[in-house]
Design a protein. Structure first.
Length: 200
């Protein structure tokens, strides 16, 4: 019975976090990020400012959370779900592209919002960099490196995270109308040889 309660509590926490992020993004799009206060976000989400502070340490974190809430955990989970016999290079690239395609792809209005505020850009890039640790563990599990010193998976995850960050930095600059997933795929292509070598 407790496990059910725990699961329900966890779902409620996720729902609260999503409601706060959605409210933060909506208010930022309507009024500009500099005009959004924590109290406004909490009120729009139907929670207290104290509850808000349990989930986010800044308004930028809340706004960006609507785009990229815990991408590291989701990328790692997506990688673990890929077929065991799929080559590592296809599994890693596929997991990342899956995360940042369709619903994970920010729209133009949101992109304009992020590029208008340096603090939002920094938060967005930090969120992408946060995929490194969960990805290290997922690559280690996939390559059977759990019992080794872990250097290979760490280096590969750092390379993947770095490529994703460079792709995001490129994509955030004023450029032709191009999808983030396309820029990300082009950046990841540079590290495919390392992923391929780790699979041998």
């Amino acid at each position: 019975m407790n496990t059910g309660d725990g699961g329900m509590r966890e779902r409620k926490k996720v729902a609260t976090r999503e409601a706060l992020s959605a409210a933060a993004l909506r208010l930022a799009l309507e009024h500009g990020p500099q005009n959004v206060r924590v109290d406004d976000i909490a009120e729009a989400a139907g929670v207290s400012p104290r509850t808000y502070n349990n989930y986010f340490s800044s308004r930028e974190q809340a706004i960006v959370g609507a785009l990229a809430a815990e991408p590291g955990a989701r990328v790692a989970a997506a990688l673990r779900k890929r077929p065991a016999d799929e080559p590592l290079e296809h599994a890693v690239v596929g997991a990342l592209i899956q995360e940042y395609s369709d619903d994970g792809e920010p729209d133009r209005a949101t992109l304009a919002l992020i590029t208008s505020a340096p603090a939002l850009q920094a938060e967005f890039l930090d969120t992408i960099a946060a995929i490194e640790q969960p990805l290290t563990e997922a690559i280690a599990a996939r390559t059977g490196a759990d019992d080794q010193d872990g250097l290979g998976p760490e280096v590969l995850a750092a390379a993947v995270s770095g490529a994703a960050r460079v792709a995001a930095e490129r994509w955030l600059k004023p450029a032709p109308d191009i999808r983030f997933s396309v820029v990300l795929h082009d950046a990841l292509a540079w590290i495919i040889p390392a992923l391929r070598a780790a699979d041998r």
